[in-house]
Design a protein around this ligand. Sequence first.
Ligand code: PNS
Length: 158
Amino acid sequence: MRTAVFPGSFDPVTAGHMDLIVRSAGMFDKLVLSVLVNPGKNPLFSLEERVDMLKELTEGLCNVSVRSFTGLLADFAEKEQADVIVRGLRTPEDFAYELPLAQANRRLNQRADTVFLATAPEYSYISSSGVKEIYRFGGSVEGMVPDLVYQRLCEKRR
Ligand code: PNS
């Protein structure tokens, strides 16, 4: 059985994330969406909100589960007995950032290999931080995030 973890802050989940989640769910027997608990950051959505939204969004994907983690990703992957860590690449700059992380994670956990998936071109400009900035300045992020996230953002604004 091949288990993959897909880590991230998911603050919030974007349309690009969803595309990667659906595609990676088709590649592995088990996919664990792993939401980072980052006490240093001030997230737009609480950990509970992010986990709940991911659960709702992946209800139809029977091999996908959602968990939160704190500390090192390599340790979490070990705990989940993961063979693979999935990360999406939108740009060459993403690769430059991700490569040393993948190498460090490999050193810390020799069981798990990082697998990079190319983001679909129509989503390559979308990032959670970009979505948050547009939202904070009052712009519309419709279509950049799943409808559920869009609704939650609208509710937050009210
Ligand atoms: O969605 P993000 O914010 O780009 O995800 C980043 C994430 C969660 C993958 C990364 O910050 C991470 O792995 N954090 C856990 C701490 C850790 O393992 N750091 C060392 C990496 S070598």
